[in-house]
Design a protein around this ligand. Structure first.
Ligand code: MLT
Length: 351
């Protein structure tokens, strides 16, 4: 509507000046024309963002409630909502390793009221899913990165191995009778399982859930043997001694879990992975709204209680210059390129 007005005005002004009675009227019209022309060259979507947000924002989590993606989302949704002056409601849309929710958000109204939290799976899905109904780089705008979380390899309380070395020996001996829980093809837990099998040259039986929240519930009940999941979901269980903690998948130990050895200490340096998260909106969302969401994200990530909550779960917010659309796009592009040959070499696909 507003852009139509600008279009008419800039085209109408010269003829109005020609018909005008005098220099003053001509100058006034030229001034109006300049103002309207300036409006027409303002950032795209500036008008759409003027009242944004004026109602509740939905933040979509592509996995079940109670898992690490859900946890990270809940930690930032409230402070972001405070900055934006609107409530952020979390919706769990689980399925197909996170691709179900991503497809729904790609097709959502590009008005800033549907935001997706997704993780490393955004970069692996294009290789894993031949018929992916969206292009992560084309069908979304990036808001910014959020955090990068270490993973831990943990076992059921009654699972026989007590250490990482014993786990590897046990899997070598028992092969695919060992059950490994994950959150579906392309989930971080699945990628970590692939790295485990590759690093140990073993094969386990994968059991998929809608998220690692329900997977851990089954692990606690002894229905599956082990899994690899982010510290944001495992730290409390490890501290409580409710699960067996075998290793953390970073070269250095983690302050939140100082007693958990690293995969490198266990002789498996290639079993190294962290899980990055970012926020997305549909691809046609106005840039002004993207910037507003990005600013709210940056504000949330510098709040001391958010920093403390992340630290307590073994992670930290990204640096402020990473919580930007530009840094996020660069990360996504490089991660798609990183994972493609690894997944292709592993011969894994969702189809
Ligand atoms: C994953 O394995 O990708 C995550 O743990 C999924 C989740 O957030 O539940």
């Amino acid at each position: 509507m507003r852009s139509d007005q600008s279009f008419d005005a800039t085209h109408g002004a010269p003829s109005a000046t020609r018909r005008g009675p005098g220099v003053r009227a001509g100058a006034a019209l030229a001034a109006v024309s300049l103002v309207l022309a300036a409006c027409s060259t303002a950032a795209p979507g500036a008008d759409a963002a003027a009242d944004y947000p004026d109602r509740t924002i939905n933040m979509v989590v592509p996995f079940a409630a109670g898992g690490p993606t859900d946890t990270v989302t809940r930690l930032i949704a409230e402070p972001m909502g405070q900055t934006l002056g609107q409530q952020i409601v979390i919706q769990n849309v689980a399925g197909a390793g996170g691709t179900l929710a991503a497809g729904q958000v790609a097709d959502a109204e590009p008005d800033g009221y549907t935001v997706l939290m997704h993780h490393i799976g955004m970069s692996t899905a294009p290789t894993l899913y031949a018929d992916l109904p969206y292009d992560p780089l084309e069908d979304f705008k990036m808001i910014g990165l959020v955090t990068e979380v270490p993973m831990t390899i943990i076992g059921a309380p009654d699972f026989e191995p007590d250490t990482m070395e014993e786990l590897v020996a046990y899997v070598e001996e028992n092969g695919d009778s060992v059950n490994y829980a994950n959150a579906g093809i392309g989930a971080a837990s699945q990628l970590c399982g692939l790295l485990f099998m590759s690093a140990t040259d073993t094969t386990v039986t994968e059991v998929s859930y809608d998220g690692t929240g329900p997977a851990i519930t089954d692990l606690l009940g002894g229905h599956v043997d082990f899994l690899c999941d982010q510290t944001t979901n495992t730290t409390e269980q490890i501290r409580a001694g409710a699960v067996k903690a075998y290793a953390i998948t970073t070269p250095e130990r983690n302050d939140a879990l100082p007693d958990v050895p690293t995969t490198t200490e266990a002789g498996l340096p290639d079993l190294s992975v962290t899980v990055w998260h970012g926020l997305y909106v549909p691809g046609d969302t106005p840039d002004a709204i993207v910037q507003e969401l990005s600013a709210a994200l940056q504000a949330a990530l510098t709040e001391q209680n958010v920093i403390d909550s992340f630290a307590d779960l073994g992670t930290a917010p990204v640096a402020e210059d990473q919580a930007t659309p530009e840094a996020h796009r660069t990360k996504l592009e490089s991660e798609i390129a990183l994972w493609r040959p690894i997944i292709e070499a592993a011969g894994v696909s969702a189809d």
